[in-house]
Design a protein around this ligand. Sequence first.
Ligand code: GLC
Ligand code: CA
Length: 500
Amino acid sequence: MVYQIYPRSFSDSNGDGIGDLQGILDRLDYLEWLGVDCLWLTPIYPSPMADFSYDVSNYTDIWPTFGDLELFDRLVSELQRRNMRIVLDWVPNHTSDQHPWFLDARRSKDSNYRDFYVWKDGAPDGGPPNNWVRSWVNLPAWTYDEGTEQWYLHCFLPEQPDLNWANPAVREAMNDTLRFWLDRGVDGFRMDVIHLLAKDPEFGDDPEDLKVLSHVVLNHREEIHPILREIRSTVKAYPGDPVIVGEVYLIDASLVASYHGSGDELDLAFNFEPMFRPFTAESWREIVDRVIEHFDARGAWPTWVLNNHDAPRSATRLRSLERAQAAAVMICTLRGTPFLFQGEELGLENAVLQEGEVIDPGFRDGARAPIPWEQESPHGWKKGGWMQFPPDAAAKAVEVQQKDPASTLSIYKALLELRRQEPALRRGDFRWLESLPGTLSWERCEAESILHVHLNLTGKEAVLEGSGEVLFSTGRDHLDGPNGALRPHEAMILRPNEAS
Ligand code: GLC
Ligand code: CA
């Protein structure tokens, strides 16, 4: 299980309202108690924060507000001591416009770094070189540079110029940044919008009727594969089999799975389909079948994600805590690696912002609110957080939920504990069991160990088609034994009786 930390909003040690590395160190007991195997930190590098740390101005240092390299080294060794792993976020598609490479590149067409970025002359009509649209807003992915009279490409903000991965010098410089952190002992990387690195060498227009989707979700090119193989050989030259997780933002399992190559590219790729589909039995059956068809078929290990810093929180999106809990049972008991986002285990909802309060250029603030640790305001943040807390922060604070055996936190803790204890849940084979409409049932099986998961995806009570020892239930008072029924949105894990 991987637990995603958004450091700015996780835990603040010095009272400046912004979470920091010391804050993470202070909460390691909590993460260990919860049963976290591996942390993924969103970017911690120096950044002007135009895109909240996804605009990196130095790949080999720490943003001073978060801490410094010495503190980072302490975090790594403390995690090693606890047998937990750490994965960093690597942002290879673009730098900040304040990165020394870009500052130099825009100085003159003769700069040694000019070719580190994508520069083009304008179209004959004086407009941008092609019709590519950048993320979040329907605006060109190109900005004109007055000084050198050319346009540069940016699939995101103008403050995030795209690197030119067709240039071997870029590949070398960026692979070096991986080595820098591997030398410091990290266990791998989550690679930001990795599918964007390969660009159409012709820089042709995107299809007119699709261009409103932004180039980010259209870019999918064969040229990516040698780039991924090179990255893999850099990373895998280190001991301990460091992991490579790719954010392939294509929302289509058949495309995403291809970024595994033939086992020589990504280790794991985010499959975001579940975040965009309705919470119904039919839809989840299809999602799982597509994973079996595309990932299992090529021997690729799947990932399961319900939440991250870019999407509305599942408790908000699914419009009920019970649904969000049932969905969590799915991602922790299907075959693959679940990724949890900080605060998901508390059942947090999106913070509600008024119009003038939105500061993220991608309008994603709601999911990024500070974590409430204590009941009393300011909830463990000495002087409050950098933005408002999510709804019901006091009732959902960690210290409150830890004491309540029926809380969302207790449900996640029990679920993760069972996952640790039962190899069948981690590695076992998967097969669907017959189930009534509106419900889903499946089996996980490894050697002698067989477990059944039963899920009611409807708002009405449903017949439970199974019996055995109840190992886990989101309806906590069902732990005594199944009574033949599943409550609305209940998820249950059984060790079936021999005969069933
Ligand atoms: C990824 C990140 C997102 C960021 C974007 C540009 O999608 O998850 O937060 O804004 O890439 O780097
Ligand atoms: Ca701080």
